[in-house]
Design a protein around this ligand. Structure first.
Ligand code: AGP
Length: 577
């Protein structure tokens, strides 16, 4: 997946595009590029590397051009290289485009373009040559409509046409937001890309394309008929105030956890109070609850199942990418997608499938106005604010909090109000011990984390963080499963991080089994081990153990000198399957 942005107006085009691209880097950061409208050929600059490393090269300077497009890439087709970076151009240099998504039949489309010379290995470049070929005698709009009819897969495309002096946008399956400025137009993968410039936005729907000419935009359907668009005024809730005194966003966002929980608690008691009530009613009245999510959000959904089952509601959780293989939904199903970004393609696919089968959808998201939110019948926002680090931290604990509050409102557990204070204390009192453990762990090749009940999902979450941030192979698992095979891997000194909620926890027997085979046991517990863990009750141990796990992975990665906030090969929001 990638981030795309486009601008038509009288500001300094490259400055606007670079600023937007920085806001879109969470969608991919292995390469980037900018094209500005110029005659007779469009001017293109692109390179591999993160934006802060290459922005000087990408900036065309005071180009006087009124229109431009920009792209940040997460490679899907073709390796990370300058030639595979976007924008891609047509043979004659008349067109340049940026693309987010996957054109699944790109090889078939390419067959019909035999005489064209391709510069890259990407699916996206085929669209530039296809439109070039068709526009020769039909004009660009007709060429775009032909493309929309023939192309399969998902795409959000911004296209510059230097002959017609116009900017185009095409949408099917990948997000495209439109910002309506005073005599200027913004297009981007999400509304935050242009949040400093306008709060008037609208969203393109699948099967629509837009024509921008001289700062005016018209949206049309595949028959070329103009479609009306409802323009909303967005109340901006998230703003990246930078790292401040912190060395990394991850460090800052971990310390923000208590404050984020307080903001959420307040929201659930005020502006989202009715939404919480309606959400609770849906959970109680439906035939079955199915959570679906990916990565960290999936681990939150596992805890959602744990809390709801305790509250007497039948629930299950399914990884979004496998949803159709394992789940049958019907009109009695309540699908609960959980997604921080609200743009995860696997989750959106599960939602589309469930909607077709008649299910109702009540989602839990963070980024306001996301595609998941807009496709849901009901949406609860976790109000964690903007999370810049690729690794989810404060959004995970806010997801847990919403799930606990839902369980509580269905007569389940009582969420401790001192929770935030206790988390703050756990962060402050353990930093020294965590740094010491990180120093010991940083060269490990394999780490195991075991949990049980409410801490099994946390064990998986800590393992994910160790992999994605510290590049250490880790396995988070149920303590009881160790003896059914994994114990064979335990040797003298193998680290086994054990999440033990308190004395008498039945995971202790699993810990002893590992210890007796030489494992180096690292206990996270209010009663054992070297960490300070507050006394806990009713599921709040999941918070404490998560936060300590985040701190451990952060310091381990930092001691290894890794790019903590933007780990290799990953992106914050995975908008492709
Ligand atoms: C978590 O640290 C990862 N960044 C990743 O697993 C993430 O949770 C997953 O891609 C789901 O993202 P979402 O919550 O935006 O849907």
């Amino acid at each position: 997946m990638c981030g795309i942005t486009a601008y038509y107006g009288d500001r300094e085009t490259c400055e606007i595009l670079l600023d937007s691209m920085k806001r879109l880097e969470y969608r991919g950061y292995d390469s980037a590029g900018i094209a500005v409208l110029s005659k007779p050929k469009i001017s293109v600059r692109k390179d591999t590397g993160k934006l802060d490393e290459i922005e000087g090269k990408l900036n065309h300077g005071n180009s006087k051009s009124r229109a431009g497009i920009g792209h940040t890439r997460w490679a899907t087709h073709g390796n990370v290289s300058e030639k595979n970076a976007h924008p891609h151009t047509s043979c004659d240099g008349r067109f340049a485009l940026v693309h987010n998504g996957i054109i699944e039949n790109w090889e078939k489309l390419k067959e019909g373009l035999g005489e064209h010379e391709f510069q890259s290995e990407t699916d996206s470049e085929v669209a530039a040559h296809y439109i070039e070929e068709r526009a020769k005698n039909k004009g660009t709009e007709k060429a775009i409509r032909d493309f929309m009819r023939e192309a399969a897969g998902s795409y959000a495309i911004a296209l510059l046409d230097s002959e017609e002096d116009r900017l185009f946008a095409v949408k099917s399956g990948s997000p495209m937001a439109i910002g309506m400025g005073e005599k200027e137009i913004f297009l981007a993968s999400d509304v935050y890309a242009f949040s400093p410039y306008t709060d008037k936005v609208t969203f393109m729907k699948d099967g629509e394309y837009a024509v921008v000419e001289d700062c005016d935009i018209v949206v049309k359907n595949t028959r070329g008929e103009e479609v009306g668009k409802r323009v909303e005024t967005i109340r901006w809730e998230q703003d990246d105030s930078g790292k401040g005194a912190f060395d990394h966003y991850m460090q800052k966002e971990i310390t923000e956890i208590p404050r984020s929980l307080e903001k959420l608690q307040n929201s659930l008691e005020t502006d989202q109070r009715d939404t919480l009530r309606r959400f609770t009613e849906k959970l109680k009245d439906c035939g079955k609850v199915i959570f679906t999510a990916a990565g960290t959000s999936y681990h939150a959904s596992l805890l959602g199942v744990y809390f709801l089952q305790k509250a007497g509601v039948e629930a299950q959780a399914l990884i979004a990418s496998e949803f159709e293989n394992y789940e049958r939904v019907d009109e009695n199903t309540l699908l609960v997608p959980i997604s921080q970004s609200g743009e995860t393609k696997d989750v959106l696919e599960a939602m589309d499938y469930s909607k077709q089968e008649g299910a109702e959808i009540a989602s839990i998201t963070n980024v306001p106005h996301s595609t998941v939110e807009r496709k849901s019948d009901l949406n609860l926002r976790i109000r964690a604010g903007q999370e810049v680090c690729v690794a989810a931290t404060k959004t995970f604990t806010n997801q847990l909090y919403v799930l606990m509050k839902l369980a509580e409102s269905i007569n389940g557990t009582k969420v401790e109000n001192s929770l935030m204070e206790k988390i703050k204390e756990a962060i402050e009192r353990n930093e020294g011990q965590i740094k010491k453990l990180a120093e010991e762990m940083k060269d490990e090749k394999d780490v195991y984390i075991i949990g049980k009940g409410e801490t099994y999902p946390v064990a998986r979450e800590i393992a994910l963080k160790l992999k994605e941030i510290s590049y250490i192979h880790a396995e988070g698992m149920m303590g009881g499963e160790l003896k059914h095979g994994t114990l064979a891997l335990v040797e003298d000194g193998t680290p086994v991080i054990s999440l033990i909620p308190g004395k008498g926890s039945d995971i202790i027997s699993n810990v002893k089994e590992a210890e007796s085979r030489g494992a180096k046991i690292i206990e996270v517990s209010p009663d054992y081990g070297d960490f300070y863990v507050p006394e806990n009750s009713n599921g709040d141990f999941a918070f404490f153990s998560s936060v300590l796990g985040f701190l451990l992975t952060y310091w381990t990665a930092r001691k290894k000198g890794l790019p903590v906030d933007k780990p290799r090969n990953l992106a914050k929001s995975v908008t492709v399957q």
